[in-house]
Design a protein around this ligand. Sequence first.
Ligand code: SF4
Ligand code: SF4
Length: 435
Amino acid sequence: MKISQYVYFIEKKNKVLCFSTLYNEVALISLNAYKTIKKSLDEFKDKFTNVYSSLVANKIIIEDEVNEIDIIRCQNKSETFYSRNFDLTLLPSLDCNLRCWYCYEDHVRNSRMGQDVQDNIVKLIRNKIEKKEMDGLSLNFYGGEPLLDFNDIAYPVSIALKSLCEEARIPFKTFFITNSTLIDDAMIDKLAELNVSFQITLDGYKEKHNKIRFRKSNQEGTYQHIIDTIHKITSRIENVFVNIRINYDEQTLQNIDGLLEDLSGIDRSKVNIHFERVWQTDTIPNNEVLKNAIHLFMVNGFKTTYINWHPRGFACKAECLNQVIISYDGRVYKCTGRNFTEEHCDGILDDDGNIQWKAGRLERRLAKATFENPMCLACKMLPLCMGPCSQKQIDVGPDHLRQVCSKNVLEMQMNDYIEYVCNNMLLSNQSKEYK
Ligand code: SF4
Ligand code: SF4
């Protein structure tokens, strides 16, 4: 038997946290047990028989024959090439009713998805169902602001695709990445029909948020509307989930306790608080303000996430064969993280509901797994990270992967990060103490 290569051991006073990034398991053992593990696994087995059995059960100790990289490779192949869930992202418009200074997109004024493209999307899904190419549809909306002209675009398309899925008896769900400022009571009723979830962004507490996210038409701040909308959505839509993304810079998190107060009374099982640095601002190593903000939400019963690390089979869904993005004009893309321009366009949806890929584009992105490089193959975070995403690798090329390693943007010591993950799991009762 051997210790899994994907386990972090973090000493905390007389206890040691064991965290497996491959199996997402946490265990707490005594310092004595840990010291014995380091000395000899056989001695550990003799002296701490029960603890040993428990660590075997949760795969912190594994059989010598197991090659864990092979497990990761198989999982990656299965999820990127054999997933039968079709992940379709639609961009109903590349226009937006707000103008946040940091948005990377070139907005296209008054752009809207026409009836022809909507019809072709319905044909695409009908074709895929007829050819038995999908067992489920995840329909995502992004933009620009995807709820612009909701009643003429996102809603009718969703209803048409939902009905095709119902006929075929396959699961259907929607996910809106929205600023939420256009959501009103009537829209909530319609969204509730769509097995819906959301990502809604805040830029900190009221004052800071309103300086960044205000309506183009009258400069009015959007904070209160967003807070009210999150409350309404979570209380009125059954089984909804809202990822509240907090875009932060040096000042955003200063008065964040005000946001906590504004979210009091919310059903915590329906929300997640995600912290994401505004990408144009500099990371701060050992960012105490960030750590305190995460801690504050966590001890108040919120599930919190920070940095894009979680158990998964791929770095980004752009690396999955059964995933596409279709823009308002019928152009097809794989990546939502770059401008939707001809340079990044990967194909076109034709009038028969088929995607015509540009030569070589899919292969360039999918041929090689994102972690098949010496840097990632030696990294303990690999199962939660899976390497720099395909787009970053295309951008920098194979010789400069260190520039785009996810650890570069981690704003805390790795030990602090592991402890935060373990505390999150402790709160959701996923960890065990072995004595
Ligand atoms: S930039 Fe990378 S992570 Fe972001 S959507 Fe594109 S491929 Fe995915
Ligand atoms: S990108 Fe960096 S953190 Fe991610 S697996 Fe590779 S080396 Fe590890």
